[in-house]
Design a binder for this molecule. Structure first.
Ligand code: ZN
Length: 247
């Protein structure tokens, strides 16, 4: 990732937090003169680990993004939408549109249950299949597989679109209980997500598959049965599936 190339082991020249909500945190003062140690990515979580025990944590959800700009390069989103600007020499690393951006002490980031035990990153260069399966088997076996895939402690980085599309590609019904999905099927779902998510990260939004996501009522591209949608489990996250060919 290019953020790593720009920031790792460097002391940023300038740090700005343009949103009023961050003014009281005095990040520029707190982070001034500190070297960035590691840049860690887990799915949509990004951690900039500054020396002296401070970590910037961001999670992009659906709206946020990171960008790296060289000298004189125009920004692709409005400056008003920037939440964090880190200058290093003549380059700028910018986080746009939040929605999660926080400064944590190392002690807090270790204690934070959301961050302590993230599953393997779906977009990681290597993928620990055994760890993923172990996490999956620790989940409530009654929870529908489509919803278990959104649990970041099992697997970090799959969102709602990819959950629906990967279950469709693997011909697995997202309503099937997690305990009734075998290892080979679970790995087939994740394998599709890994391959197509990296492709989409390279080639952009247009490379995303759209067989079932937000296509309720339209015919399934495989069997022509009308696609359905319904909210799942505790958070009622909408899933899309074909009742004709996903089992
Ligand atoms: Zn179908």
């Amino acid at each position: 990732m290019r953020i790593r190339a720009v920031l790792e082991q460097r002391i940023p020249t300038e740090i700005l937090t343009p949103q009023p909500r961050h003014h009281h945190g005095r990040w520029p003062e707190q982070l001034a003169g500190r070297r960035v140690g590691a840049v860690d990515v887990h799915g949509k979580h990004l951690f900039l680990r500054f020396e002296g025990g401070l970590t910037v944590h961001s999670h992009l959800r659906m709206t946020g993004s990171w960008a790296v700009y060289g000298p004189g390069q125009p920004w692709r989103r409005s400056r008003r939408r920037a939440w964090l600007v880190i200058r290093e020499g003549d380059r700028e690393v910018v986080q746009f549109d939040g929605p999660v951006l926080e400064l944590l002490s190392d002690a807090r980031s270790r204690r934070d249950p959301r961050l302590a035990r993230l599953g393997p990153d779906v977009l990681g260069e290597s993928f620990d299949e055994r760890l993923f399966l172990r996490n999956l088997r620790a989940e409530d076996p009654r929870r529908p597989i489509g919803d278990s895939l959104l649990n970041q402690r099992i697997l970090a980085g799959i969102g709602n679109l990819w959950k629906a599309e990967a279950c469709f590609a693997a011909e697995v019904d997202p309503w099937r209980a997690t305990g009734e999905v075998d290892d080979e099927q679970a790995l087939r779902i994740v394998g599709f997500a890994r391959e197509r998510m990296s492709q989409s990260a390279r080639d952009g939004f247009e490379a995303r598959p759209r067989a079932v996501y937000r296509r309720a009522g339209e015919p399934c591209p495989r069997c022509a049965t009308p696609i359905r949608q319904r909210g799942q489990w505790d958070d009622n996250r909408i899933t899309f599936w074909c009742p004709g060919c996903q089992r």
